[in-house]
Ligand binder design. Sequence first.
Ligand code: PLP
Length: 360
Amino acid sequence: MSQYWSATVRGLTPYVPGEQPKLDNLVKLNTNENPYPPSPRAVAAIAGELGGDGAALRLYPDPNGDRLKAAVADFFAGHAIRPANVFVGNSSDEVLAHVFQGLLKHERPILFPDITYSFYPVYCGLYGIEHVALPLADDFSIVADDYLRANGGIIFPNPNAPTGRLLPLAAIEQVVAGNPDSVVVVDEAYIDFAAAEVPSAVALVARYPNLLVVQTLSKSRSLAGLRVGFAVGHPQLIEALERVKNSFNSYPLDRLALAGAVAALDDREHYDATRSAVMATRAQLVADLEQLGFAVVPSAANFVFARHARRDAGELAAALRARAIIVRHFRLPRIDQHLRITVGTDEQCAALINALKEIL
Ligand SMILES: *Cc1c(COP(=O)(O)O)cnc(C)c1O
């Protein structure tokens, strides 16, 4: 605390990201990063943009990210998405920040689940937005009917974080159709790890002007270090985000990020191969954890949320840590006996299971 701080800064409760320890040889299963490298085409595009002498970096990047918007529209071409339906930003966290300020800040409180991405209440604090946290059901599913009350906007991740549970598209449509006067934001950071036949809510965008879908390249495209996210919605929702962005930072995506993101979105083969591998490893991890006495929430994400029948979650996390394996433990109501475990490679998950066998 300092006399130089603004009243806003004094009142903030910032988000605390999962740790990024500066140690080698850790089995790092705590921040839902993808265990596989990104598309080789993305890596080549970044190297190509940099060139031998980096001369391109003298120049500002495209402020509008037009090529990236086109690549996103192309990825969702089956759903009649055009570049005017797309907003791009420096990570989906940044996109979400603009969404809170530009589309969710209204007279009435916004709604989100009591157990959800812990950045949402932080944005509410930053922008002075009232919210009501609606309890998940006992099985951690979102109760769609609860979201049909008066509100200033609605946001939830699907699959939800940190539970991994998927809300079916029909329930999302019920919430969107039942709230024509407010924006419904579906944060699909993990949707690419739902079963192959589960469609993104982008499939509904052409029919609902109040639906905004946010995605990131951090998880399913293995590019958490590049910081690229985007939103898909009606052009008037996109325009709101552009207005906020152009009042904040005209060039949120640098040249390397734009080049890498376009190539990553174009490489469908690498995307399909790596997300399939994560889904296969997830199935094995769930079976192994259940064998050891864990109850595992059905996961459609690249992590699982598990609770042991007898052992304290905090103690398990500490014992794993002593064996150089880190998982995420939230000391929060309702979930302080759960561990959130990122799906790693088969080898990393085997190391986790072996360590748990020793501990238990
Ligand atoms: C990881 C995550 C994000 C943030 O992704 P970035 O693009 O890396 O900022 C957003 N929402 C949820 C629910 C996440 O888990």
